[in-house]
Design a protein around this ligand. Structure first.
Ligand SMILES: [Zn+2]
Length: 111
């Protein structure tokens, strides 16, 4: 599922309540290898997941959830400078393997 699709869903009133943990994981696949299902780690939760990370166990890619939006972007659209601070912020909650070996970038050299 593309991020643009997700935003469309998010705007639809009648789909209120769709974006809860399990449902979310039912619709998301890794944009790189299409692997499914992905793993979800929730960092901050209110009515919906505010911040967290979605991990593809097949290719070790991680996708941030920020401001309730899962950012399921292919590598070429990702911005290391923008995303590494997110990883550092939640360092204690990220799986260790992703901190050191996660793709497309990680903070392995800092850990
Ligand atoms: Zn993957």
């Amino acid at each position: 599922m593309l991020i643009s699709d997700y935003r469309a869903l998010d705007n639809a009133d009648n789909l209120e309540g769709l974006i809860i943990k399990k449902k979310l994981m039912d619709i998301l696949a890794c944009p790189i290898d299409k692997h499914y299902p992905l793993k979800l780690h929730v960092f901050e939760e209110k009515e919906e997941i505010v911040e967290g990370v979605i991990i593809c166990p097949k290719c070790s890619r991680w996708y941030p959830i920020r401001d309730e939006i899962p950012e399921m972007l292919p590598d070429e659209l990702r911005n290391e400078k923008d995303e590494l601070p997110f990883m550092r912020k939640w360092k204690q909650k990220f799986p260790k393997k992703i901190l050191t070996e996660g793709k497309p970038f990680n903070i392995g050299k800092e850990t």
